[in-house]
Every structure is written in C-alpha cells, then in structure tokens.
Design a binder for this molecule. Structure first.
Ligand code: ZN
Length: 500
C-alpha cells in the first residue's frame, strides 16, 4: 500500500480578484498572481481592522465552509529565468549584507540566534531600498498582519451571498439526486479557521455523503489515496449506480453526476453565476459569482463521510498528546474521516483494476479546523487575557509564501498553503506550551517556524501531519526545495523586505 501522492493543493486564485500591488518599486517582475496557494487570494489590498477575536470565531455562524480544496493551479505564464539567475538577481536587490553573512554568525552563536538575527534584520531592512516600514521586525510583521485582516463587513456581505447559494444548491441536490437526500454540509477550510489572509472572495463548501459499509484499499503507497469498495448490502444502495465490476465506487462518475446537478441548480439562481470548467484531478465544482462588483468563487467539494476508525497509516501521525492532550486525540480519532475525489497524475493510470481518477484522497480538514480553533495547551488560550501567536504565525507564513510565489511563480508552483498549515501543526506539536507562543514572542516564533520549514525543504521532507508516510514535498526536486529554502532564509535574515 502506499501512494506517492502529494500535497493537497489548495488553490488560491480567484478569478478577477485584485492583485496586491508589489510594494517595492525595485521588484523586477510584478509577478502575476499565481493561483496555487490556498484559496487565500493575493488580493490583500484591503486594510482592515478587526480584532483577533473577530477573526477568530464568527464566520462559521453565518457560513458554511468546506475543506481545503485541492485545485489545480493554472500557472501564470511569465518568469522563465533559471533559479540561479533569479536568485542572484534577488540578492542583488537586497541590502549589502547577504544572508550568508548572517547565517555564519547565527551558526557561531546558536543560543542567541533568533534574537540577534532579528536585530540585524531590523537594521538591514532599514537599508533596503523602498522599505518604508519600521525597522523593528516585530512592527514589520504587525504591519503585514494588519494588511491581511479581512474586513468584517466585507466578510459578512460575501458570507450572506455564499450562504444563500449554498442553501439553494443543497436543496436542489437533495430534491433531485437520490444519493444526495441526506447530503451534509461540512464547514472547514481556512475561511472558517480564521486564517484566511486576504479578501473573502474564495469559499469552500464540502458536501458529504455518508457511506456506512465500505472497504478501503490503499491506492499507491503513501496512505493518502484509497479505492473504496462497497460491502455487500442487503438492499440496494443509492451509490450502487457508481460502482464498477469490483464494487469500487468510481469517484469520476460520482463527481460527474454531482457536477451536472450543481449546474442545474445554478441555472435557477438569482445571481450572476457561472460554473467554471472542469479541471482534471480537482474534487470541486467551482462557481464564479459576481456580487456587488466583487468576484467570489465558491468551491463545492464532494466528499464521502466514513464513520469508521481511521486508516492504519494515521497511527504514527497526529501526535497531539503533549500539545492538546491524549483525551483530545482520542476524541478526535473517534470522528469520521472524509474522502474526496482527488487524484494526481494521469487519471487513467491503473492499479489493481482501479483507475487513478476513481481513487479518493483522505481528508481531515474537519479535525484541522477543530485543533486550530482549540489550539491551546491550556483550554483557555486566546479566550481571556492570555493570547498566543500561533494563528498569526500561520497567516504570516502563508502570506510570505504567497508573496514569494508571486515573484517566482514557476519555481514555487507546487507550493501551497497546506504546506504552511502542516508546518505550523508540526511546530505546535513540538513546542507545546502556550507561553512559548505568547503574542509578545511573535517575531521569535515566526523565525522558528520559518527555520522549521527551511529544514523540511532542505531535507525535501515534510510529512503529512496525519499520515506521516505521505511526504508533502514528494515531487519537488532537490534543486527546487533548496531554492525555496534559500528564498525564505534570505527573507528571514533581512527583515522580510517582501512585506515592506
Ligand atoms: Zn492561543
């Protein structure tokens, strides 16, 4: 068993969304926004101000969300320069002292590293051309966070529209598809985790069908993809129409049926809405909505809910005992898991009579949502006076990757926000105390998080938090990993000029 899957790509491209202007005039290419990153759009033009609490729990009240979708990115067409020359160019536009200088200092004094580097970075940032932000790295980060806040009114406006569409589509499916009679809407994804970093123009809605009696067989070898066999039933099951001769549920067929009905439902909607063209390997049907001058995209992701124990591949993963407690771990593992019709590579590649396009990828986005929301070592983290910076660190990491991707769309094409989220989850599981993540430590924590990620990149190894046998950097060449690690290190050591 096993698989060679790769990371879930979460998309982030909302058609029509405005691109953030590149802040530095020295920037060579104002890279076209690339889509890959999670739904977090690059459209961060809005500056809002909402308290972290706002960001924290509200959205799920008025919205329905969905899991991180896996979407194929459409890569922008520019940027052909080789890694090396790109990187050189990049360094040229940087302040004099290169990251190498700082790195050697850092190595020499491991104990003081982070703080020293932060101080140095402050000085360096001030030297950086066009950088108008304060020299204090903490302030640079705070300013970046401010930029990222999603405007509250904007959010509830979009949420209202999305909620309405989702309700109507769901009703239509329930009425017109026999296998959708009991379909559920699952609220997950970065919007609902409050780690969305830009305008609220992308939403995910996962619609799930419960399957009680199924056998899962790993598809490929890493434990992230499965074929799903219906066990014999005494009476006819609504999903029987989608099984092949071996009783495996054919993901592609089910998705096609789902897609047709969503399209039908959309035709009757009182909105300006279009259905985006089908993309191979993408488990979502994407609606593009124009509402009050804004472009909103909604992904309806089809999912199977499997109410049984998690696959064996998860046994060594999800190590949250010391961070969130054994009890939380046991409770979460009692939850069902989900499967989405996602494959990678060629759809007609076959294994044991199952085509890739009929395989399913496992999803724990509901658990991710829960642990990001209830992320404290103490139950009250972020509820009262005691605030932590875990979510801010995640937002900053996502933003950093997004900005770097804009500059290096080709080289960073495969990178997505799920890499960022996974890095944070590993960091939380390793540095469990809330005090380590105190808000006052933001700058230091972010440095540490980036170092973790650099380490993963240099080793070309980032295990899925739930399924450690799945390497989310599988498919990335060594050269590419090193290139990205160097970019990040350079930013980290130079006070994040890309945020300025
Ligand atoms: Zn907290």
């Amino acid at each position: 068993m096993s698989a060679r899957v790769n990371s879930r790509k979460v998309r982030d491209e909302t058609p029509g969304a405005s691109h953030p202007k590149s802040p530095r005039s020295t920037q060579r290419k104002s890279a076209p926004r690339n889509d890959e990153q999670e739904k977090e759009k690059a459209s961060c033009s809005s500056k809002l101000a909402e308290s972290q609490k706002d960001t924290e729990e509200n959205p799920s009240k008025d919205l329905q969300g969905a899991p991180e979708k896996a979407k194929k990115s459409q890569r922008p067409e520019s940027a052909k320069a080789s890694y090396a020359s790109e990187f050189q160019e990049n360094l040229k536009s940087r302040p004099r002292k290169s990251s190498m200088y700082i790195k050697s200092k850092e190595e020499a004094q491991p104990n003081k590293t982070a703080k020293n580097v932060e101080k140095k970075a402050a000085t360096l940032c001030s030297a950086s051309k066009g950088c108008t932000v304060d020299h204090n790295p903490n302030k640079v980060l705070q300013a970046a966070l401010e930029k990222l806040k999603v405007k509250k009114s904007q959010r509830s406006e979009s949420a209202k529209c999305v909620n309405d569409i989702q309700t109507k589509v769901t009703e239509h499916l329930k009425r017109h598809l026999d296998w959708c009679k009991d379909i559920n809407v699952l609220k997950t994804g970065s919007y609902y985790e409050n780690v969305k970093i830009c305008e609220p123009d992308e939403f995910d809605v996962m619609m799930t069908v419960r399957v009680e009696r199924v056998n899962l067989q790993p598809f490929l070898e890493n434990g992230a993809f499965y074929s799903v066999e219906m066990k014999r039933q005494t009476k006819r099951h609504p999903l029987d129409q989608f099984v092949n001769k071996d009783n495996n549920i054919m993901a592609s067929k089910m998705l096609t049926d789902f897609r047709e009905k969503v399209k039908e439902a959309v035709d009757a909607l009182p909105y300006d809405v279009q259905v985006e063209r089908k993309k191979p390997g993408c488990p979502a049907v994407t609606l593009l909505v124009k509402e009050k001058g804004k472009n909103i995209s909604i992904d309806f992701v089809l999912g199977l809910e499997v109410p049984s124990s998690w696959p064996e591949f998860t046994l060594d993963g999800f190590r949250i005992e010391n961070w969130l407690s054994k009890k939380v771990k046991v409770d979460q593992r009692r939850k069902p898991f989900y499967l989405v019709p996602k494959y990678e590579g060629r759809g007609n590649a076959e294994q044991d009579g199952v085509m890739a396009k009929d395989a399913w990828r496992i999803s724990f986005s509901h658990v991710e949502k829960y642990i990001l929301k209830n992320h404290g070592n103490s139950k009250t983290c972020c509820e009262g006076e005691q605030k932590c910076c875990r979510k801010q660190c995640l937002k900053l990491l996502k933003y950093l990757l997004q900005r770097l991707k804009e500059k290096h769309p080709e080289e960073m094409d495969e990178l997505c926000s799920y890499h960022a989220k996974t890095t944070l989850l590993h960091a939380c599981a390793a540095r469990v105390k809330d005090s380590v993540w105190a808000v006052s430590e933001l700058s230091h924590c972010f440095q540490e998080l980036l170092k973790d990620f650099e380490q993963n990149l240099r080793a070309c190894e980032l295990p899925n938090f739930f399924i450690p046998s799945q390497n989310l950097l599988n498919g990335f060449s060594k050269k590419k990993c090193k290139f990205i690690a160097d970019l990040i290190e350079n930013q980290r050591n130079n006070g994040f000029p890309i945020f300025c």
